[in-house]
Write a protein that binds this ligand. Structure first.
Ligand code: TRH
Length: 367
C-alpha cells in the first residue's frame, strides 16, 4: 500500500545511539518500511554511523545515512522530521524547520502502560514557534501501534534453518538467548542442564562473553558449542534484522530484551520471555507488569500465572530450575497462546502506517 501524497515530501529521521542496538534497530526498521511501503526517500541522521552501517548492510536505494555530528550541514530541513526517543533536534536544524514549515514528530519509547493512550498524538508548542507532536508506539488502538512490515508473513513462511547456516534439531527444543548482563544466567544454565527435554541454546555473539563467564569457557567463538548435561550452547553470529526474524520464528522459545527484539518475538508467535532495559526506581518492572497484563489478558489463569512468575523471576534475578520445569509443562499451551496473541495483535494497524496517516492529518489540518 502506498500513499502517493507523501512521495513528494522529504523526510528526515534523527537517531541518537544511547547504548546497545535498540535505537538504531528501531530507526533503521522504520526508515526501511517507510521507503519500501510508502515510496519515501529518507535521510537517516545518526551519531554512530558505523553501527548504522552494520544494520543497513548493503543499504537501501531510498535511504541515505547521514552522520549526525555538530559540524554537519543542517541547512536543508525536511518537510517531515522524525525525532526518535526524545533525542533533541539540533538548534541550527530547527531554525531551517521554521522557514520550511516542517512537521515535527517525536516517536517515543514503547510501553504497554495505560497513560500512553492519552499522551499519544498530543502537540507541544515550542518557544521558537514550531510544534512538536508526540507519537507513542503501543498495543492499543489509541496508540501509534507497533512496527510490523507487510512483508513479514512471507519472510516467516519461507524461513529455513539452512538459510541461517544452522541444522534443524528435531529431537531438541531450540531456544534463542538475547539478554542483558544482569540476567540470572548462572541460574538459567542450572535449570537448562537439568531439563527433562534436551535443549539447544543459540547464543548471539554479543551475549556469548556474558555466558562464557558463567560456563567457565575462554575465547568462545562463533560456531563453537559447549555442552552441559541436557543442554548445548552454540554461539551464532550477530544476524541481519531479517535473519534474526527468521531465527525467532524457527526457535521453540525466545529470550528477548529492550524494545525491538521484544516486538519481533511477539510477531514470531512463539513462547517468549522479555527482559526490559533496566531503569532507575524499578520503572522497568512497571513496564514489564503492564506488558504482561496486556499479553496475558486472554490467557488461561494457570498458564498466565506460570508465564508471569517466569518473566518476573528473569527480570528480578531470582530464576530457579522450577521456572523452566513449569514452563516446559505448559509449553504447548504457551505456544498456542503466543500464536493467538500474534494474530489478534496483528489486526491493528502498524506503526509506520499510523505515522503516515497521522502526518497526513496534521499537514491537512495544520494542527
Ligand atoms: O539492544 P537493545 O538492548 O536496545 C535497547 C533498547 O532499545 C532500550 O529500550 C533502549 O533504551 C536501549 O537500547 C538504548 O535491544 P533491542 O531493542 O531488542 O535491539 C536489538 C536490535 O538488534 C533489534 O533491532 C534486533 C537486532 N538484532 C539483530 O539484528 N541481529 C541479532 O543477531 C540480534 C541478537 C539482534
Amino acid at each position: 500500500m502506498t500513499h502517493p501524497a507523501h512521495t513528494n515530501s522529504t523526510w528526515d529521521i534523527f537517531c541518537k545511539v544511547v547504548d546497545n542496538f535498540g535505537d538504531i534497530g528501531v530507526c533503521w526498521r522504520l526508515a526501511r518500511q517507510l521507503a519500501d511501503e510508502y515510496d519515501l526517500s529518507i535521510r537517516l541522521w545518526v551519531d554512530d554511523l558505523a553501527l548504522a552501517e552494520r544494520f543497513a548492510g548493503t543499504g537501501h536505494a531510498r535511504i541515505c545515512l547521514q552522520h549526525w555530528i555538530e559540524a554537519a550541514d543542517f541547512s536543508q530541513a525536511a518537510d517531515v522530521v522524525i525525532e526518535t526517543f526524545g533525542c533533541d533536534l539540533p538548534e541550527a536544524y530547527q531554525q531551517h524547520m521554521i522557514s520550511q514549515r516542517s512537521m515535527w514528530v517525536n516517536v517515543d519509547y514503547l510501553s504497554a502502560e495505560s497513560w500512553v493512550d492519552s499522551f499519544h498524538a498530543q502537540p507541544s508548542p515550542q518557544a521558537n514557534g514550531l510544534v512538536r507532536h508526540f507519537f507513542y508506539p503501543g498495543f492499543t488502538q489509541a496508540t501509534g501501534g507497533l512496527l510490523r512490515e507487510a512483508s513479514l508473513p512471507a519472510l516467516q513462511a519461507s524461513a529455513h534453518w539452512q538459510d541461517l547456516g544452522l541444522e534443524p534439531a528435531p529431537d531438541q527444543l531450540t531456544l534463542s538467548l538475547f539478554c542483558y548482563t544482569h540476567a540470572p544466567l548462572a541460574a538459567l544454565v542450572e535449570s537448562l542442564q537439568a531439563s527433562t527435554v534436551p535443549v539447544r541454546v543459540l547464543v548471539p555473539q554479543t551475549v556469548a562473553p556474558m555466558l562464557a563467564a558463567v560456563l567457565g569457557v575462554n575465547d568462545w567463538q562463533v560456531g563453537e558449542c559447549v555442552k552441559r548435561q541436557q543442554c548445548a550452547f552454540l554461539v551464532i553470529p550477530f544476524l541481519s534484522q531479517a535473519d534474526y526474524d527468521r531465527l525467532l520464528c524457527l526457535c521453540d522459545f525466545n529470550f528477548v530484551r529492550g524494545e525491538d527484539s521484544w516486538i519481533r518475538a511477539l510477531w514470531a508467535g512463539k513462547p517468549m520471555i522479555w527482559l526490559p532495559y533496566q531503569q532507575s526506581e524499578a520503572t522497568h518492572l512497571v513496564k514489564l507488569n503492564a506488558f504482561m497484563d496486556h499479553y496475558l489478558a486472554q490467557a488461561d489463569t494457570a498458564l498466565a500465572d506460570v508465564i508471569r512468575r517466569a518473566m518476573l523471576a528473569w527480570a528480578q534475578g531470582d530464576w530457579l530450575p522450577a521456572h523452566w520445569q513449569t514452563l516446559l509443562a505448559v509449553l504447548p499451551q504457551f505456544a498456542q497462546h503466543a500464536s493467538t496473541f500474534k494474530s489478534t495483535q496483528s489486526q491493528q494497524a502498524d506503526l509506520a502506517t499510523n505515522l503516515v496517516i497521522f502526518i497526513e492529518k496534521c499537514r491537512t489540518h495544520r494542527v
